[in-house]
Ligand binder design. Structure first.
Ligand SMILES: *[C@@H]1O[C@H](CO)[C@@H](O)[C@H](O)[C@H]1NC(C)=O
Ligand SMILES: *[C@@H]1O[C@H](CO)[C@@H](O)[C@H](O)[C@H]1NC(C)=O
Length: 317
């Protein structure tokens, strides 16, 4: 009898171990330009899950940067100092790691990324205080074109910011997309290759286009504090709700264009002046588009008939 009880305990112990340790998910690097393309990785113990259910928990992600090539932990919200960020009055961090500002112009559209199978445009909002030579601008909306499809992501206007109100609006192929205001609620495109997921019940999402792109997005106001620090002199009737975003790309071509896209060209020489506190780059004329979803800029490469060649990879992951 005594032996039996001991055995039972032993068996219980053996079984309880895997139940308490959360299963570490596995994932693959899907950046086809990377040295570790398609190599499988196991998520770290500290962040075992690719999509944690706890909104504050770090998520596992695969860093395909050829120097790193490993699984790592990170928060899911955009990191404004990370590669591919476009935040504030827009301050970019290029694919080459160089920080630069691009002013654009309020109420106009500019191409951030233009590649044969992907176009991402931004609508700029802002204003010009009297006596100043340029507009202060922020990114209010993103328009994404891929194959025959399009998606828009917009920040809605507000007089004053309220954390309890969602300020995001989406459309797919011209139809409004409704995403319930719940942590981890997800919308999938009918084709299944595009999804948008809330990473907080309001004002924060991640958009993923299979094998092509991931965008972490926060809707943000320009606060009174920002206004004071930068002396914007923003009017009282608008808090300029805008988007802070961080892009990750998985299949850009070496010729990729756009305000941010070109910084991912393998031999790109960034015109941003080193050592300047706010290096501003130009290119307004090359990258201006007629609308949020048009690909008609002077340096644009997108063509709807160039279907994403990410498709052929789907079976491998
Ligand atoms: C696809 O893109 C390439 C490179 O920009 C271009 O030369 C080619 O004409 C495009 N193909 C089609 C079918 O539009
Ligand atoms: C967006 O996609 C839909 C479906 O393909 C198309 O009918 C519509 O014209 C597109 N909108 C723009 C502005 O290109």
């Amino acid at each position: 009898m005594k032996v039996f009880i001991t055995n039972c305990l032993l068996i219980l112990l053996l079984f309880s171990v895997p139940i308490h340790a959360q299963k570490r998910q596995r994932a693959t690097c899907i950046d086809r330009t990377s040295r570790c393309f398609l190599r499988p990785f196991t998520c770290p113990q500290e962040c075992p899950s690719l999509k944690p259910t706890d909104p504050k928990a770090k998520a596992c992600y695969i860093n395909c940067n050829s120097r790193t090539c490993s699984s790592q932990c990170r928060g899911r919200v955009p990191k404004c100092n990370g590669f591919g960020a476009a935040c504030y009055d827009p301050r970019f961090v290029g694919g080459d790691g160089v920080i630069f500002y691009f002013r654009g112009k309020s109420n106009e559209h500019f191409s951030l990324v233009s590649d044969p199978n992907l176009q991402i445009n931004a609508r700029f909002i802002g204003f010009r205080p009297p006596g100043r030579a340029h507009d202060y601008t922020w990114i209010q909306a993103l328009g994404i074109l891929f194959g025959q499809h399009n998606f828009t992501l917009e920040a809605t206007k507000a007089t004053t910011w309220d954390n309890n109100i969602d300020h995001l609006k989406f459309s797919y192929d011209g139809n409004e997309v409704l995403l319930p205001e719940r942590h981890l609620s997800v919308w999938n495109s009918p084709e299944g290759n595009l999804n948008v997921e809330r990473i907080s019940s309001k004002n924060s999402v991640i958009l993923s286009l299979d094998k092509v792109l991931e965008i972490a997005v926060n809707a943000m106001p320009v606060t009174k504090e920002d206004d004071k620090i930068h002396n914007y002199q923003i009017p009282n009737n608008n808090c300029y709700v805008h988007l802070d975003v961080q892009f990750r790309f998985f299949s850009l071509s070496p010729d990729v264009e756009g305000v941010l896209g070109r910084t991912y060209q393998p031999d790109f020489k960034n015109p941003a002046k080193a050592g300047v506190s706010m290096p501003v780059v130009g290119g307004e004329d090359k990258y201006r588009t007629a609308s949020l979803l048009s690909s008609d800029c002077k340096s644009c490469l997108f063509s709807p008939s160039n279907i994403s060649d990410g498709e052929e990879l789907r079976d491998f992951s």
